[in-house]
Design a protein around this ligand. Structure first.
Ligand SMILES: [Zn+2]
Length: 243
């Protein structure tokens, strides 16, 4: 763990979290509903750059600092663990986007296509740059296959148990598979399993606390992302395929 790079990651995460506040607020709406453009308190119109408080009524917009601090923590862990390598950029991109997606999923149980789909070309370009600069084309192929395998695996699970996994989960699994694939097939397999383990544990805890019923839907995105993050941090640059 490099403390210098962890600090760089934390600073980048604070900035990224601040930039993501607007999109998270606007996209936290039920599927098919128009973007949220007005204050939930007074219905006053909000600009593209989301202020901390509504300029019309003073109501706080979203929980202050949660998004910024969570993104800072995730990027500090990733940058501190992986250091100055082009692959770290790909990881941090998905890390920041993942925090935004998890926040939206927790509030409205969906992972908007408008965030997941454009992330594919961006992530593939970042991984290609990492592969070319590190002379590791094998890692790139593994990444692409990892994304495909994880998305296909989730698609099959979604078809086998309708209502449990949504289309957004499948698209997010493909993104996670891209970075897990870079680290190796063990990471793809354990990353896929870790999400279900985390969701299972959280489900039991929530059930015991009477926060959900057995048939109640829980957002899966945060567990998928959290499981992938744990596996990525545990695998780390010591992994066999890291240059
Ligand atoms: Zn207001």
């Amino acid at each position: 763990m490099s403390l210098v790079w962890a600090a760089v990651g934390a600073a980048a995460g604070l900035l990224a979290g601040a930039l993501l506040r607007g999109p998270v607020f606007r996209l936290s709406v039920p599927a098919g509903a128009p973007d949220r453009a007005a204050c939930p308190g007074c219905d006053g119109q909000l600009g593209r750059w989301l202020p901390l408080r509504c300029p019309h009524c003073g109501r706080a917009l979203g929980t202050p600092l949660v998004l910024e601090l969570t993104t800072a923590a995730v990027l500090a862990l990733l940058a501190g663990r992986f250091g100055p390598h082009p692959f770290t950029l790909a990881l941090c991109f998905l890390g920041a986007l993942g925090v935004a997606l998890a926040a939206i999923d927790l509030s409205v149980q969906r992972l908007p296509d408008r965030l997941t789909l454009p992330a594919y070309p961006v992530l593939i370009v970042l991984l290609t740059i990492a592969a070319l600069t590190g002379h590791d084309l094998a890692a790139l192929w593994r990444s692409l296959l990892g994304g495909l395998v994880l998305a296909a695996g989730y698609l099959l699970l979604g078809l086998a148990r309708p209502g449990q996994l949504g289309g957004g989960d499948i698209k997010l699994a493909g993104l996670a598979g891209l970075v897990l694939g870079w680290l190796g097939w063990r990471a793809v397999l354990t990353g896929a399993a870790a999400g279900f383990v985390l969701a299972g544990v959280a489900g039991l805890v929530l059930l015991a606390a009477h926060r959900v019923t057995l048939r109640g839907a829980i957002s899966f995105g945060p567990y998928l992302l959290g499981g992938a993050l744990l596996v990525i941090l545990a695998d780390g640059p010591a992994g066999a395929h890291f240059p």
